[in-house]
Design a binder for this molecule. Structure first.
Ligand SMILES: [Zn+2]
Length: 320
């Protein structure tokens, strides 16, 4: 249903999509790079500045001599007269002369660095696994780009929520809410991107039927009641989203073996013999048979459409 809707959108928006989709993709990628590179660069600059001895201080104009003075204690560095600061301001300046205690700085650098590295690693892992990095069509590219923008937005907001810098509790709360909105948008956009990915198709076997006789790979077999079976080995890994289908045989009144070559045969035999052991490791190995009727003469194709196996009449009647 969703896939059909998206196909319609793809068709009707065709030309404008071919402009908007790469644009959204590039903007998304650029935002991600910025969200990761900007804090990393800021830390690098701060560390280098601290290494050469550049420090931040409070500065004010002395009420007596009217010259700018660095505020270290309560008196002017030029004329040594009192600056007239309230005691609690002087206390704050004594505790954190640059607005941040010095001992906190290396901790902030380390934690920020770790957070940015974790965000970068998570980004790369998710981009590769979800296929967002390698979109197949323009519509998928558009959603992938928007998803990257949402993810970059989340990273930026999350940085503000946990950041050491300014920002009161209220601002952090607001940023946290927006970060959650971004995660919601990301989930929706990834779903749309996945749904607009064109389904891959592969022809697993080709059977030519004539009356009660079928021909597969040049071998003829008799049929019973126009019924054909397609036997295959299915290997799944649910967690990794991995699936392989290995055609084994076409079955009528007799079998036609589809496994060609000794290597393939060895692999299939090995998988099937050790199916129980593989299942224990989360890899399910199953032998299945798909039954179908071939009442009309012609060529039938057994097709893997995404994760579904189906049978269809060959569109163009080409023999050979
Ligand atoms: Zn002065």
């Amino acid at each position: 249903m969703l896939a059909l809707l998206l196909q319609t959108i793809d068709k009707s928006l065709g030309p404008s999509l071919s402009l908007a989709a790469p644009l959204a993709f590039v903007i998304g990628a650029a935002m991600l790079i910025y969200v990761i590179a900007a804090p990393a660069m800021r830390i690098a600059i701060e560390m280098r500045a601290a290494a050469v001895g550049l420090e931040r201080y409070w500065v004010m104009q002395c009420p007596t001599c009217k010259r700018d003075t660095i505020v270290l204690g309560g008196s002017c560095e030029h004329c040594a007269k009192s600056l007239g600061l309230p005691w609690f301001v002087r206390l704050r300046n004594a505790l954190a002369p640059e607005g941040e205690p010095r001992w906190l700085r290396p901790i902030r650098w380390t934690l920020t660095g770790l957070c940015v590295a974790a965000f970068a690693a998570l980004t790369i892992a998710c981009a590769l696994k979800s296929g967002v990095w390698n979109p197949q069509g323009n519509l998928e590219r558009l959603f992938a780009g928007l998803a990257m923008i949402a993810w970059a937005g989340f990273g930026w907001l999350a940085g503000r929520v946990i950041g050491f810098g300014g920002g009161g509790l209220l601002a952090r709360g607001r940023d946290a809410v927006f970060a959650l909105v971004m995660i919601g948008a990301l989930a929706a956009l990834l779903t749309l991107a996945g749904a607009s990915r064109p389904v891959e198709e592969a022809v697993l076997a080709r059977v030519t039927v004539e009356g009660q006789r079928a021909e597969v790979n040049g071998q003829a077999i008799p049929l019973v009641g126009s019924q054909l079976g397609f036997e295959y080995l299915q290997v799944d890994h649910e967690l990794a989203g991995f699936q392989r289908v290995v055609p084994l045989a076409i079955v009528g009144a007799q079998r036609v073996n589809l496994v060609t070559g000794s290597i393939e045969e060895t692999v299939v035999d090995h998988l099937w013999e050790h199916a129980a052991a593989y299942t224990a490791r989360g890899l399910s190995v199953r032998k299945r048979t798909e039954q179908f009727l071939a009442p009309d003469p012609g060529t039938y194709e057994v097709v893997l459409h995404g994760r579904e196996i189906g049978v269809r009449r060959e569109a163009a009647p080409t023999n050979g």
